[in-house]
Design a protein around this ligand. Structure first.
Ligand code: GLU
Length: 551
């Protein structure tokens, strides 16, 4: 029996050849230097911040070179597929504006691109054609080892202090003759197909990683499984070879956990005579915890999942921006010099990426975000706030959509000025900072007024009542308005200036600052608010009188 006959026995229905697929998926017609990248998630969970980092890099590389960025759904491990994962992937990419040029969403009947199918479970015949070829040339073979047999070998290796795995003389089924293998297949035995490695573990295997530079690992000598007969689907290693070759990927951006597999991957590419893509292995994302440093964790750190940022309502630019700061060490410097440019104008360089680990810092995200939100027009903040609230805070969405222009004016307080106020890091915290501007929330929120330096109710009432009876006038400009508060302070025995009070505290009941704080708390129940003049103007006298009558 020949290898070819064994291959036909295993794959009787595969009649196409690798050449057929080469013709079907020819080299892409792109300009010199154009990069073809992809996001290749397994739909086994939700988008992790590491996936997002890889996606951002892949997207940038394609956009900056006039290339192609595609999405491939790596769903070969069907038992681990999570419902809703594909939808979440799609929503995330759309949310961040990293829409792939090619993709396939089966449930939505949406496909784009000539290099599909883009869902691995739909590519079975293609993978099998490639596996069949390997069997024909004697570089793959069926392995019948049971789980127990593999465990036995493993234990033996551990006991004898030998490197574990299916290699060298421990690769039992490598020794079967083609006829023996055929016989066992005909008898209906279960098997997997393994790659037959020609590597020697004692030999060095140097290769280039665009981030880490020259890396030297031992050659691969493992006969890894490349296909399971039970599903007819490939393992990741083999699918990567076939897909990234036929989809003409030039740059693979993926997690560092795949670095040790590079010798195997390059051996696979070499066996087929294909040019391998360039690899960019992204570092682990780290978090500081007290004085120690650890890997960010899906279980412990809510910020490890991309849904966190959407739920809290961080503007998309802020999230991208914070990731850019860990992608390239010179990004922040570039940003200082180019404050208004979009991030895609920044030229990504794999060499400027940390190869040991990237610190992710939520305080930094908050700063970036506050800055970004402060620079937006009030109407833009309103639109994004409403978009967020419609999903995550419906009652608030109702209030602000019923009072659109008013809300925009509220959001505009201290905005259009040289140094705009930076007090919102995300959309979920806006309600807690402007709630008192809305009657509906004022009435529904059970919050007591906590007066501060002046806490005698008689004094408080005197300040508030005198102010509204004799001083407040909505027509006043800011200077007149403030002078009137000083006049009020003077009339009631408080210093008109803080300085005067400090020089002679015993002569006064307090100072003008205490008086305006009383007014602020009386009408907002908050001690820290933006500009009180603006707040009073927007609330209007009637509303304020209504609020202070129950003091
Ligand atoms: N499906 C693999 C993963 O999610 C993809 C790795 C790669 O990008 O090649 O880890």
């Amino acid at each position: 029996m020949t290898n070819k006959e064994l291959a036909d026995l295993i794959f009787p229905n595969i009649t196409k050849t690798i050449e057929d697929y080469e013709k079907e998926y020819p080299a892409r017609d792109l300009k010199e230097g154009a990069k073809v990248t992809r996001y290749a998630p397994s739909p086994t969970g939700f988008m992790h911040i590491g996936n997002f980092m890889a996606t951002t890099i892949s997207y940038l590389l394609a956009r900056q070179s006039g290339g192609v960025f595609f999405l491939r759904n790596e769903d070969t491990d069907q038992a681990r597929t999570v419902e809703g994962a594909v939808e979440a992937i799609r929503n995330n990419l759309e949310h961040y504006g990293m829409v792939p040029d090619e993709y396939e969403f089966r449930d939505l009947n949406e496909t784009k691109g000539a290099y599909g199918p883009y869902i691995q479970s739909e590519r079975k015949e293609i993978y099998q054609t490639f596996v069949k070829h390997l069997i024909e040339i004697g570089r793959a073979y069926p392995c019948f080892c049971s789980k127990e047999e593999l465990e036995e070998t493993h234990e033996l290796q551990v006991k004898n202090k030998i490197r574990t795995g299916y290699h060298g003389r421990y690769a039992r089924c490598r020794k079967l003759t083609v006829s023996e293998a055929a016989e066992r297949i005909r008898n209906g035995e279960d098997y997997v197909i393994r790659f037959k490695s020609m590597g020697d573990f004692d030999e060095k295997f140097p290769f280039d990683d665009l981030v880490k530079g020259k890396v030297e690992l031992p050659e691969n000598d493992m006969d890894v499984p490349i296909m399971k007969s039970s599903t007819g689907l490939p393992t990741y290693h083999f699918a990567h070879l076939v897909d990234d070759h036929l989809m003409r990927t030039t740059h693979v951006v993926r997690g560092e956990e795949w670095l040790p597999s590079v010798p195997l991957h390059l051996e696979l590419f070499k066996t087929f005579g294909f040019k391998a893509p360039k690899y960019i292995h992204i570092p682990l994302i780290l978090k500081k915890e007290g004085n120690s440093v650890r890997k960010i964790s899906k279980r412990k750190d809510p910020e490890a999942l991309m849904s966190y940022y959407k739920e809290l309502g961080y503007p998309r630019e802020a999230v991208i921006e914070s990731i850019m700061t860990i992608i390239n060490s010179n990004f922040e410097e570039w940003r200082t010099g180019h404050p208004d440019q979009v991030y895609t104008e920044f030229e990504f360089s794999p060499k400027k990426m940390s190869s040991s680990g990237a610190f992710y810092d939520l305080d930094k995200l908050d700063n970036i975000s506050k800055n970004i939100i402060s620079k937006k027009k009030a109407v833009e903040v309103y639109d994004e706030l409403l978009e967020w609230a419609k999903i995550y805070n419906e009652p608030f969405a109702k209030v602000i959509s019923e009072n659109k222009d008013y809300t925009i004016s509220v959001l505009n307080i201290e905005r259009e000025q040289k140094k705009p106020r930076k007090d919102y890091a995300n959309y979920s915290e806006i309600e807690s900072k402007i709630w008192y501007m809305f009657d509906a929330l004022w009435n529904s929120k059970d919050k007591a007024r906590e007066f501060q330096t002046i806490d005698n109710l008689e004094d408080i009432k005197k300040i508030v009542n005198t102010y509204f009876e004799r001083y407040y006038n909505i027509e006043d400009d800011k200077e007149v308005w403030f002078n009137k508060i000083k006049d009020l302070a003077g009339e009631l025995g408080y210093a008109r200036e803080v300085k005067e009070y400090n020089e002679n505290p015993d002569a006064y009941k307090g100072h003008v600052g205490d008086v305006s704080t009383v007014l602020r708390i009386a009408i907002t129940k908050e001690s820290m608010t933006p500009d009180l003049y603006e707040i009073m103007k927007l609330l209007g006298k009637d509303k304020m009188l209504d609020r202070v009558k129950d003091l």
